[in-house]
Design a protein around this ligand. Structure first.
Ligand code: TNX
Length: 523
């Protein structure tokens, strides 16, 4: 095994918070990471003192109540380091330890904040609860060198720079959305996406489960929805198809919860319902089945607002979805209902928004729902291109909360530039800087920051067929949106340099990210 000279020199460097020169001279086998080089940027970073070196003798100490987080940490570090990293309740005296514990660490840290201390002898991670510990684990992972392959593993120095980080989120809601309807992505692909977004402290995954092309979630009381709407060939261009069984959905909910991510299911209505009407022609006004559609038009279908069976259908779906969803939100779409009259739209929303509350959930919908008075207790997801919205602003005065997903800034399905091989471009091109350079709290001039729950990055899947497609459009922009949701400070230059340093991690994880020319990617 030949070790490059630069690597040997880097090994001789002291293990303090990495000075810039150390970073530059470190080879790929032992890059020194600086304490602040974390995405999303932490609130407080205090470098200082000798760092911690992970060795074959390191143990992870955690109480039984934090075992889940300890397992996530061990799972992340064992394959990369080859170290056993046993999880113990009490570290033996003198052991090098990564210690996790929950307790009262201050109201300022809330449910998701954490305090990370790195000394020569130990790493201590403290939080009010496990969600905070998990967030701290994501930070700790980024403070270790990017994982390397097994052939060079033994030469790596698994060091964490010394110092303290105190961190907590700006917004409570930091989401990603995946469209399962236009192209179905398998449970394993969704899990992979969950893993990839959880690294950036995203805490909600919204699944768009039905649209004109297909229906992707089992509903027992209306079985033809998936039998017909989830059949092979129901993806855009007749490609793919499929649906989640209830067991698969519940398994995803658990998998996400183990990573402190809450699933938000969406059934879009009263528009975007062609697949449901193909399966059940009684849901159209004339009772005739429309043709199945696998093109990408929008705004042509509508539930029949005057028919009672419409509300039986909607209530059954909401009841079954609510029963398998422990999270607080149930998304009922409401966008682009161009085939529904404005009066019918109001009638429908006034009746359906309260149904979500009837089954114990907070109603969530695209910002068009704000037109209905019943939306005062709902969350509206803003997807417009403007910097003010009178209808939404009026609803906010009545109590509506807002999640920000402006299509020209936060839509992950939009192309980066005219050459981007996949994606759409109706909202404009979204380069990394465009995705980063805005403020979810102040973008809408007529909506106060106090009404903004957070931010979400939707990924519509008209042009996405495989995992690589998801990754290529999501990364790096998802990291930018996640930072807008988590970090209190905002600096493009800082983000740009941390993102450049992050690139090798995606490379080594095999994540097919977009190498934007706006970023100086580390090798
Ligand atoms: C608009 S944004 C839609 C979706 C499409 C998307 C494509 C929104 C609430 N509706 O139906 O998939 O554009 O970018």
């Amino acid at each position: 095994m030949r070790v490059p000279l630069a690597a040997l020199l880097a090994l001789a460097l002291p293990l303090t918070a990495a000075p810039a020169a150390a970073t530059a001279s470190a080879s790929a086998t032992s890059p020194a990471v600086s304490l602040g080089s974390v995405i999303p940027a932490p609130v407080e970073v205090h470098p200082g003192g000798p760092g911690f070196r992970l060795t074959a003798g390191t143990v992870i100490e955690a109480p039984a109540t934090a075992l889940n987080v300890a397992r996530r940490l061990a799972e992340a570090l064992r394959p990369a380091t080859g170290f056993p990293l046993p999880i113990v309740a009490h570290a033996p005296h003198g052991a090098r330890v990564i210690s996790l514990a929950t307790g009262a660490v201050g109201a300022r840290l809330g449910g998701e904040g954490y305090r990370l201390g790195v000394r020569e002898s130990e790493v201590t991670l403290r939080a009010n609860g496990n969600a905070g510990l998990f967030a701290g684990v994501q930070t700790l992972r980024q403070l270790l060198p990017p994982a390397i392959d097994a052939s060079t593993r033994q030469h790596a120095r698994w060091t964490v720079p010394g110092g303290t980080i105190v961190d907590y989120p700006r917004f409570a809601y930091r989401g990603a959305m995946l469209d399962e309807a236009r192209h179905f992505h398998s449970p394993d692909e969704i899990k992979q996406y969950i893993d990839e977004i959880s690294r950036f402290k995203v805490n909600y995954l919204h699944l768009h489960l039905a649209d004109d092309q297909g229906w992707r979630i089992q509903i027992d009381s209306w079985p033809r929805l998936t039998r017909i709407g989830g059949a092979p060939g129901t993806g855009v261009d007749g490609v793919g198809g499929g649906y989640l069984t209830k067991a698969q959905y519940r398994d995803l909910v658990r998998y996400a919860a183990d990573r402190y991510i809450t699933i938000v299911p969406e059934i879009d209505m009263p528009g975007h319902v062609n697949a449901a009407q193909v399966a059940y022609p009684s849901l159209t006004c004339d009772g005739k089945a429309p043709p199945p559609r696998t093109d990408t038009d929008v705004g042509y279908s509508s539930l029949c607002i005057g028919k009672e069976i419409t509300y039986k259908f909607v209530e059954d779906v909401i009841r079954e979805l609510a029963a398998m969803t422990p999270g607080p939100y149930l998304h009922i779409g409401g966008d682009e209902a161009h085939a529904t009259t404005a009066a019918d739209y109001l009638t429908f929303e006034q009746r359906v928004l309260p149904l979500v509350a009837k089954y114990g959930k907070t109603a969530y919908g695209w910002n068009e729902i704000a037109a209905a008075p019943a939306a005062s207790t709902a969350v509206a997801q803003y997807w417009g291109l403007d910097t003010s919205n009178a209808t939404l602003a009026a609803a906010v005065k009545r109590g509506t909360k807002v999640v920000m997903s402006p299509a020209n800034l936060a839509y992950l399905d939009q192309k980066y530039n005219p050459q981007t091989p996949i994606g759409l471009d109706w909202a404009g091109y979204i380069e990394v800087r465009t995705a980063y350079d805005w403020d979810p709290g102040t973008l809408l001039s007529d909506v106060p920051a106090s009404a903004v729950l957070g931010v979400e990055a939707p990924l519509w899947s008209e042009t996405l067929r495989k995992m690589d497609d998801i990754e290529f459009l999501a990364f790096p922009r998802l990291a930018a949106i996640a930072e807008l949701g988590w970090s209190h400070a905002h600096s493009w230059e800082s983000f740009r340099s941390r993102l450049g340093a992050y690139g090798p991690r995606w490379d080594r994880q095999g994540v097919d990210f977009y190498r934007s020319t706006q970023i100086d990617w580390a090798g």
